[in-house]
Design a protein around this ligand. Sequence first.
Ligand code: A3D
Length: 319
Amino acid sequence: MKKKITLIGAGQIGGTLAHLIALKELGNVVLFDVAAGIAKGKALDIAQSSPVNKFNIDLIGTDNYEDTKNSDVIIVTAGVPRKPGMTRDDLLGINLKIIKQVAEGIKKTSPDAFVICITNPLDVIVMALQKYSGMPKNKIVGMAGILDSSRFIYFLSQELKLPVQKIKSFVLGGHGDSMVAMLGSTEVDGKKIKELVKEGIIQKEKLEEIVERTKKGGAEIVKFLEKGSAFYAPAASGVEMAESYLKDLKKQLPCAAYLTGEYGFKEIYAGVPVIIGKSGVEKIVELDLTDEENSNFSKSIDAVKQLFDAAKKIDPKLA
Ligand code: A3D
């Protein structure tokens, strides 16, 4: 039987997710949005491409949670994106309210689903989604690390004039300006990036510039688009997580996961490498961090904690 994948939010990311999932035939798709017409229109449009692209799945659009019942995977993008000049944190108040509604909807209809949250500000919203829904912590994760890592690898590949496949790296911590590019674990064609700096293949300043550009990667796109934020790369990243769960691929992916002492932190969601398989988050991988990475990771967690404190002020039930 085909898997059932529900996309809560049929906006820019939701629509792109539906299209990618259809092309990969990962499962039947339910596009849910409070704006039912958008969900229905996009579902029908993508379905009409099936004879051309030769995929065979069902796609529907709805604003009724009953239609999402017993989903295997739910990807949440419901919420408001940034406008130029806004930070992700500016979205907190409005997106918290939306996520509360979503949590109530999904816990009633799909309590066993694997839930991937993309709505910003990511780490705090995924934590709120888990608290409001009460669903298992290993089944609720946030997408950000794959995207941030992908941006970093792309920028490096452009600078080094190498295919992206030759570069391995990842970005951890919170999904904000405090995110941490793991330079100690960054490898180019099997060689540590720090060696490339020593050899003068890439200047230290250039590398720092790329790290900064990665941190501001979302804002760069928001500025270009003027309306809305990035959606192709965020959707591709969400699909990679869903696929690892549905096919039990046990991929190691940087995701916002619930920490229970790993890296010295607990009771908080933050970006760490996790193994995603058929049980959800099957393991949090603890890497050896350099002193600098450790200190930057702690700063990043502090930023997430501060924002969660702000969320608790908005809704004391989150305490
Ligand atoms: P957009 O195109 O506006 O789509 C959001 C959709 O959510 C709209 O169609 C709304 O109608 C719908 N919606 C609003 N309230 C509800 C509700 N209560 N229930 C169901 N649907 C609702 O935005 P988008 O797709 O570009 O972005 C969605 C979210 O992802 C935003 O919060 C972005 O900031 C965030 N985002 C996160 C990343 C990460 O890397 C974490 C990257 C890019 C965007």
